[in-house]
Design a binder for this molecule. Structure first.
Ligand code: NCD
Ligand code: ZN
Length: 342
């Protein structure tokens, strides 16, 4: 196959920051996706519907598109109350709340320190059908970084689901075979997003020829057997697995540093990367469900009506892009993509 036309997809996990950086990155997503679930982990996290409303306005005015819809989320803290959950449920533009275990990743220090602190909020979410989005890694520094997802499933997620069996849960950006197995055997209300980079790369890519700061993200890339399990899940046709890029813009200087931060920028060419992963697995016929239907179905959204077309044509990714008054290095900078969005 040399061209592929599918219903326009949605990105169900995206970081866009704010201010000038936001203005640089939102148009990239709006060129590829009809809608995106916007992560709330700003330096001052989005913790109320009023904050989400302001943030949404910033995104809409930066999108350079009349058809792009940001789907807003709130950041759970130890103080999130049931009134906030009710407000999220009744607002037309807020769709979920994100659980960042405190200390797990970028701007997570105001996250939840103990799930017991948000029991009433979780009860309300379960009752109202408001999805809980989860960064699934434990924060205990004594746990090996490559084991933190599985440890989270065992010590936090399984007990959580036992306590709230009807809670809608998205285990975000899964990276391991254990996460795939867990989601597959769980009930229908437990689903997962998968990034393009975790479908295309394994942990060797962090160290090819030297240390590669632009291949560092959280959860960190895992070994090849895990990548293969993710590809199998994404291309299985199961509605439990859907697209979430986790594109996370950080300025070049913050990545190329003695203590570089986590995140890869894929908003520029997300669909090209996913299409390549599905093509490599001989599963292009499974891309549309994964990219355009299953996520919308989980969130109770209509399917998009317009289409996008990708063409099998090699092109070179720019070596850097503008990010506010700084620069950003996209994934595959200066290297090639096999597919092109036309
Ligand atoms: C994300 C970011 O930069 O906000 N970074 C990342 O490595 N994925 C946060 C996150 O999703 O962990
Ligand atoms: Zn993320």
């Amino acid at each position: 196959m040399t061209t592929l036309t599918i219903t326009q997809p949605d990105d169900l996990h995206l970081h866009v920051r704010d201010g000038e950086a936001l203005k640089s990155v939102v148009p990239d997503t709006a060129k590829q996706f009809a809608r995106a679930i916007i992560m709330p982990n700003l330096a001052e996290p989005i913790t109320s519907v009023a904050m989400a409303s302001n943030y949404r306005e910033q995104i809409l005015s930066a999108s350079q598109s009349t058809s792009f819809t940001p789907l807003m989320t709130l950041y759970l803290t130890d103080k999130t109350d049931t009134a906030t959950i009710k407000e999220v449920n009744s607002s037309h533009f807020t769709h979920a709340l994100k659980l960042y275990p405190a200390g797990a990743t970028t701007n997570s220090d105001k996250g939840v320190t103990d799930l017991a602190n948000i029991t009433p909020a979780l009860e309300a979410m379960q009752k109202l059908g408001v999805p809980l989005l989860v960064h699934g890694e434990v924060t205990d520094p004594s746990i090996d970084i490559f084991d933190r997802e599985q440890a989270f499933i065992d010590t936090t997620l399984i007990p959580l689901i036992k306590q709230f069996p009807d809670l809608k849960v998205v285990l975000e950006h899964i990276t391991t075979r254990q996460a795939v197995d867990f989601v597959n055997q769980a009930s229908d209300n437990i689903v997962a997003t998968i990034t393009a980079h975790h479908l295309l790369m394994n942990r060797n890519d962090i160290f090819t020829g030297g240390i590669r700061p632009h291949h560092y993200c959280l959860p960190v890339l895992k070994r090849e057997t895990h990548r293969q399990a993710l590809v199998t899940a994404a291309t299985s046709g199961s509605p439990k697995f859907f697209l979430g890029t986790d594109s996370a813009p950080h300025p070049q200087h913050a990545k190329e540093s003695a203590c570089g931060c986590a995140g890869m920028y894929t908003a520029l060419h997300a669909m090209e990367l996913y299409t390549e992963a599905f093509d490599n697995a001989d599963a292009l016929n499974k891309l549309e469900g994964f990219a355009s239907f299953y996520g919308a179905d989980f969130y109770g959204l209509e399917h998009n009506t317009n289409t996008i077309t990708l063409k099998k044509e090699k092109w070179q990714v720019p070596k850097s892009l503008t990010l506010g008054d700084s620069t950003i290095i996209p994934l595959r900078a200066n290297e090639f993509c096999e597919w092109k969005l036309i």
